[in-house]
Every structure is written in C-alpha cells, then in structure tokens.
Design a protein around this ligand. Structure first.
Ligand SMILES: Cc1cc2nc3c(=O)[nH]c(=O)nc-3n(C[C@H](O)[C@H](O)[C@H](O)COP(=O)(O)OP(=O)(O)OC[C@H]3O[C@@H](n4cnc5c(N)ncnc54)[C@H](O)[C@@H]3O)c2cc1C
Length: 443
C-alpha cells in the first residue's frame, strides 16, 4: 500500500490552517498535521480590537467553531502546545520537543512576533500585553473587567491605531506613544494626520517623536511609563504594538534564503529555497506588483492568498500568486484610512501624485462626507500605480476600485471613464474615483 503523503504545517493561527484546508481540497488522503505552540488554532486576530470595543461579542466562540471545522470536517490533525524546535531539511524531519515528525512537504506559517521595546521591567509586568493572540485578548479583557481605564499604547502603526480605536470605544483614556515624528509612517503625512486628528477627536492623546525610557512598577504591575524626555504617563494597562519581526529563525537555521528584513522570499508557487518547503503568511515577502521587488506586508488578506497557494502547491496542485498591492484599510475614530499599490511615500521619479477631494455621495443626501484622495500614477503612460484615501464615509468601496484599477493596469483616462454605480445615498453622478481620474487626465 502506498503511504499517504505527509504535509506538515508549522503555525496554526491564520495562514497554517488556510494552507491545510487548501491542501486537503487537492489531496484527499494526505496526512496533514498542523503544529501550533499555542493553545488555539485558526483564530482571527483581526477581531481583537473589536472584542476590546465589545462590537464583537464572543471572538473565542467564533475561533473555536473554526478550529473544530478544521479537525472534524476536514480531518486535519491539529496538535496544539507543540513547539517545532528545528527543521532537518536534509532528512525532511521536524524536531519536536520529544519526537520527530517526517514530512514529504512542509508549509512554514510561523508568522511574526511583536517587537518589545528594550525597557527594563516592561515585558515581565502582568498588566503589559502584546496585541497578537487570543491569550493577549484574555489578559486585556480581564484587566478591563477589573476596572483598568488608563491605557498606554506603545506604537502608532496599524496595530497601535487599531488598538487605540478599540480602547477608545470601550471608554478608556488612551495615550499613543510613537517613536517616529508621526503615526502610520507607511502613509502620507496628510492621510496620517487625518488619522491622528480623528483619534484625538475621539479623546486620545497622541505623542509622536516619543519613546518609553523606563517604567515604574508596584509589584507585578506597571503604574507609570516614563518617556525619554521625562514625561510620565500613568497606566493601568500597557499595550505593545511597536512593530513586528518575522519569525523565521527555524528556516534560517535550516539553511533557507532569507531577506535582510528577516522575511523569507517565496516564488509565485509559495516555494522557499529549500526543497519541499513552502512558506506563507506574515513571515514571507512577496513580489509586489507595481515595483516587482519582494516586499513584506503583515496583512491578513495577503497572508490568506499566500497560504492558499502554499497549500495547493504543497499538495501537488498548481497555483500562482496574483498581484500583491499591499491594500489595507483601518478605522481611526470616525475616520477610515486606506491604501493600495504605490503611494506618495514610495513613489519613483516617473510617478505623479495628485491630491483631490470629492464627496462620498451627493451632498444633498444626508451623511455625505468628503473623501481625501491621493492618486499616484505614472507620468509617461498615465497608468494608475496606487492610491491613499481618508474620510468618514465611502472609503472602503473606493479603495477596492483603485486596487482593481492598479491590478488591471488601468490608466487615469480609463479611471475617469469607469461606469460606476450611482444613486444619491451611495455616490455622486461622478464617483470620487472618476473625479480623481478626471483631475489627473486634465492636469
Ligand atoms: C491586532 C491585529 C489586528 C489585525 N487586523 C488586521 C486587519 O484588520 N486586516 C488585515 O489585513 N490584517 C490584520 N492583521 C494582520 C493579520 O491578521 C495577522 O498578522 C495574521 O494573524 C497573520 O497570520 P499568520 O498565521 O501568518 O501568522 P501569526 O498570526 O503570527 O501566527 C503564527 C503562528 O505560528 C505559531 N508558531 C510560531 N513558531 C512556532 C513553532 N516553532 N512551533 C509551533 N508553532 C509556532 C505561533 O504560535 C502562531 O500561532 C491584524 C493583526 C493583528 C495582530
């Protein structure tokens, strides 16, 4: 009898289980094993901030349902609290705590970990949390239930802003401490400033160009965060959102090629440089569509796509990664900000950046709000390269039209002429996307 193929997967958060499910679609008989060092699998970290705000009632139950589906319906072996210690690429074995697991194909989905600022006494305190796992959420929820209200968030990138939004909705007093001169350094100054204003409008204190230098503790609890300039921030709860580091040490030790930022580059089939080893999720870099060079986006949508390709290809099927644009969206108070493709912060010399504002829908209809648009396009060809948006309404649907335009290689003329849906509650006769295309065409 032919032994079933063994597909081993390191990491069981989002990408690992997605890859496993795709592999199962291709190979009905393979032994598929997910190895997860934590207690939970197939969990939705994207829901953390919305659990903090209580907009999501029970994230744990939703996670549990998802995990059961993987095991019971799709017959995937899920082993939690099992840490993979080493990859022996030569003999195709994983070294676990007390045993070895042979694999035919390996899918590496070990993700990324939070960077903890180097401040004595910070990491070991019991009211200091990362913002990454169900265990973090449990600790944060317990602290909030005990009455914690003064929240200091270290880091003002995507996760810091998202966390701030969640805590503000929970009526907490939020202070964001960001080392850079502004929040959201991957966004343009204008768009990032709109996010900062919205958070301040919702009651947050935003401290930029600031960094924690030390903490004051009472027993196991941090009571005060002391900044490098001497300012003191009282805290009941500290959240660490100061950046991520790809968790690729196992691959490095196994001899895989890594990039200087520590991510593992994958080809269009999600293969690494090691034979039989695929990788996916937020530990990989992917070829970015407009630039063509590998880039790291620690975003779920990208993690999902790389995971699908890794699962299919590891199981012997054929799939290729589509265009990766780094499309992302974020809620900051009453404002939504979003980006796709090349933006003003990374535009090359042949790129033009156009700033335009257009109403989300007809101004005579209630709820109309201006959308700030920064459109990036190639001067020589008029090809749309990317966009950044901010506004209180209608940002979500426009960013996806811009993303589609970039992926499809549309020009600004084609953007101006797009036949988009119109009725007063939803748009204007000339949609904001058309307005941007038109402004670029007639410039
Ligand atoms: C708070 C938050 C909000 C987010 N919101 C959004 C959003 O709105 N939109 C969006 O696009 N993206 C969002 N993201 C990004 C995205 O959802 C996550 O980064 C996603 O979790 C990536 O999943 P992953 O499986 O690739 O990696 P991870 O989530 O990092 O999971 C990797 C898993 O591997 C396990 N592991 C690591 N090493 C080992 C080992 N040696 N042995 C066994 N197991 C191991 C870890 O325990 C972990 O469970 C958010 C992320 C966070 C943290």
């Amino acid at each position: 009898m032919v032994e079933p193929r063994v597909i081993a997967i390191v990491g069981g958060a989002l990408s690992g289980p997605t890859a496993a499910l795709k592999a199962r679609e291709i190979d009905r008989t393979a032994r598929i094993v997910i190895l997860e060092q934590g207690a939970a699998v197939r969990y939705a970290v994207g829901g953390l901030a919305y659990s903090v705000s209580r907009e999501v009632a029970d994230l744990t139950a939703a996670n549990r349902r998802q995990a059961q589906l993987v095991e019971r319906v799709h017959h995937i072996e899920v082993r939690t609290r099992v840490r993979v210690e080493r990859i022996d690429a030569e003999s195709r074995q994983l070294v676990l705590d007390k045993e070895r697991l042979r694999y035919d194909r390996l899918i590496f989905a070990a993700g990324a970990e939070s960077i903890v600022p180097d401040v004595a006494g910070l990491e070991t305190a019991r009211n200091v949390f990362r913002f990454r796992t169900p265990a973090d959420l449990k600790g944060i929820s317990a602290a909030l239930d005990r009455g914690a209200r003064r929240v200091v968030i270290l880091g003002g990138g995507y996760f810091g802003v998202e966390a701030a939004d969640g805590f503000l909705r929970r009526k907490c007093r939020v202070t964001i401490v960001e080392r850079e001169p502004r929040l959201l350094s991957r966004h343009s100054e204008t768009i990032a400033a709109m996010a900062a204003e919205a958070l301040q409008g919702a009651g947050a204190t935003v401290l930029t160009g600031a960094a924690p230098a030390s903490v004051m503790r009472e027993g196991s609890q941090v009571t005060t965060v002391v900044l490098a300039d001497g300012r003191r921030l009282k805290a009941d709860l500290v959240v660490i959102a100061a950046g991520l580091r790809p968790r690729t040490d196992l691959l490095r030790a196994a001899g895989a090629r890594l990039l200087p930022d520590g991510t593992v580059p994958i080809d269009e089939h999600a293969a690494t440089s090691l034979p039989g080893v695929f990788a996916c999720g937020v530990c990989v870099s992917v070829p970015h569509a407009p630039w063509g060079r590998p880039i790291w986006f620690a975003q779920a949508a990208m993690a999902d796509k790389t995971a699908q390709v890794a699962g299919i290809c590891a199981a012997g099927g054929d799939a290729r990664l589509g265009a990766v644009l780094g499309t992302a969206i974020l809620r900051a108070g009453d404002t939504t900000i979003a980006r796709t493709g090349v933006t003003s912060t990374d535009a090359g010399p042949d790129a033009a950046v156009l700033h335009v504002t257009a109403p989300s829908h007809d101004e005579f209809f209630p709820g109309s709000e201006p959308i700030a648009i920064e459109l990036t396009y190639q001067r020589s060809t008029g090809r749309v390269l990317g966009a950044e948006l901010a506004g209180r309404a209608g940002v979500d649907k426009r960013i996806d039209v811009f993303a589609t335009a970039v992926a499809g290689g549309l020009t600004v003329e084609q953007l101006a002429a797009l036949d988009l849906a119109y009725a007063p509650p939803y748009s204007a006769v000339r949609d904001p996307v058309n307005v941007a295309g038109n402004a670029a065409t007639t410039r």
